[in-house]
Design a protein around this ligand. Structure first.
Ligand SMILES: [Zn+2]
Ligand SMILES: [Zn+2]
Length: 443
């Protein structure tokens, strides 16, 4: 039965040279229909899993129950499952003869925020995080990824006479803290288990369901954390001449640092710095001793990143020097790197996905957000990271026309429509994995 996939690729390859478009599309459409029938049959179980995970989210590195649910699903499908990889991560292996190892990754974690969707399966759960109580919600849609991950595993096992090799399904903790991928790798992900020949991951967003988008090359941003403590000399608010005012330094820094972006960075290159928190002082008539600013720095290219980091550090030192203050404490913490999609993996998958999804499969601009899937890519797994939409296409259309975007990731109102979203996730991921098996099998 591997013939179906092989003939599919042969036809796609042929169609580049000959006008056999209709024949090529027919094969993909057939395979897509087979997958969709399988998903349709499985859907009630996937729906129950999705709503259970959605209602009971767990935060970074606390995903114990979520991991156990996924582990049980994968064991039931015949995968060999290892839990506790990188604290709460799961690795599920399915061997199906000689051939390449293909990795599919989902995240496990939710966010420390309150869900306000009002959905019947909305989360009301709370947890303790960084020493304080917080609501927890799957407002980044990682629950959609988990349901799609299980659905893809089920579908690929059902189609096992059409591919040969090893499936390596991994469920990663703490993506939101960009720490989980690194934790799994440090815990032997690629030494205790096979090193994948190719890898895939997907992320949902506030576009229309049924649509799949992808990028060639850079797909997300580098992220670095910014923490600066300005040291002043505290005193009376009405006797400023004997003080060194750290609030003034913080304020000046917040404004001046944007000139690194607008004047030093090449305007045609992406880069940004956002100061998300300022901590200083207690009362209006007291000049405090110190002021702390906390921010995030994003970029696509290493050379742009280096230039920004140097400019930010220089600006902080200059602001302190202007006030005749001691040098500030500057911490620019390296987060994670941009996800760079592999040209060969994308090249193979895009032919099949284009034939399957037609004009609902599109190239999109890179995300300015970050994603620690890059750790797997940088550990040597050539990959494709792609995106799927979650809302009714008509709603998305209306939102575009009126200029009021629908709630996106990290919004308390983010509310994917489960069935068409998960079905698209499973269909696209299954086709992508089959394309990789076929491509690698021939080498
Ligand atoms: Zn997120
Ligand atoms: Zn996310």
């Amino acid at each position: 039965m591997k013939k179906i996939v092989t003939s599919l690729f042969a036809s796609v390859a042929l169609c580049a040279a000959l006008p056999l478009q209709a024949h090529a599309e027919l094969d993909v459409v057939k395979l897509k229909a087979t997958i969709q029938t399988s998903v349709e049959i499985d859907y009630p179980k996937l729906d129950a899993l999705y709503k259970d995970i959605h209602a009971h989210p767990e935060i970074a590195f606390q995903e114990v129950k979520t991991a156990a649910k996924l582990a049980a699903e994968m064991r039931a499908l015949g995968f060999e499952v290892t839990e506790g990889v990188g604290k709460t991560g799961v690795v599920a292996i399915y061997r199906n003869g000689d051939g390449p190892t293909i990795m599919v990754r989902t995240e496990l974690d939710a966010l420390p925020m309150e869900e306000k969707t009002g959905l019947p399966y909305a989360s009301h759960d709370k947890t303790t995080w960084n020493g304080r109580e917080t609501f927890v919600a799957h407002s980044c849609g990682h629950d959609i990824h988990m349901a799609s991950w299980v659905g893809t595993a089920k579908t690929l096992v059902g189609l096992k006479d059409q591919w040969q090799g090893t499936l390596m399904f991994i469920a990663q903790p703490a993506e939101e803290e960009v720490a989980g991928a690194r934790a799994m790798i440090a815990d032997g992900l690629f030494t205790r288990f096979p090193k994948p020949d190719a890898g895939f991951a997907l992320h949902d967003g506030n576009g229309a369901y049924g649509y799949v988008s992808y990028r060639v090359g850079v797909g997300s941003s580098n992220v670095d954390g910014l923490f600066i403590r300005f040291h002043g000399r505290g005193g009376h608010g009405a006797i400023p001449q004997v003080t060194i005012d750290p609030v003034m330094m913080a304020a000046r820094f917040v404004v001046d640092v944007q000139s690194v972006i607008s004047r030093e960075k090449d305007p045609t290159e992406f880069g940004l710095v956002t100061i998300g928190a300022i901590h200083a002082g207690t009362a209006g008539n007291i000049i405090p001793d110190e002021a702390i600013v906390v921010g995030t720095i994003r970029s696509f290219k290493p050379q742009v990143r280096a230039k920004m980091l140097a400019g930010i550090e220089r600006t902080a030192k200059a602001v302190a020097a202007m006030a005749d203050a001691p040098a500030p404490d500057i911490r620019l913490d390296e987060g994670t790197k941009a996800v760079v999609n592999d040209a060969a993996v994308v090249g193979t998958a895009e032919k099949v996905l284009k034939a399957a999804f037609g004009d609902k499969f599109n190239v999109a601009p890179a995300n300015t957000t970050s994603e620690d899937y890059s750790e797997f890519v940088n550990a040597g797994v050539p990959s494709m990271f792609f995106n799927i939409g979650v809302y009714d296409p008509e709603r998305v259309d209306t939102a575009r026309k009126t200029g009021t975007p629908l709630p996106g990731n990290h919004s308390p109102l983010f509310a994917p429509v489960p069935k068409p979203t998960i079905e698209t996730g499973v269909t696209a991921m299954t086709l992508a994995v089959l394309s990789a098996f076929d491509q690698r099998a021939g080498h």
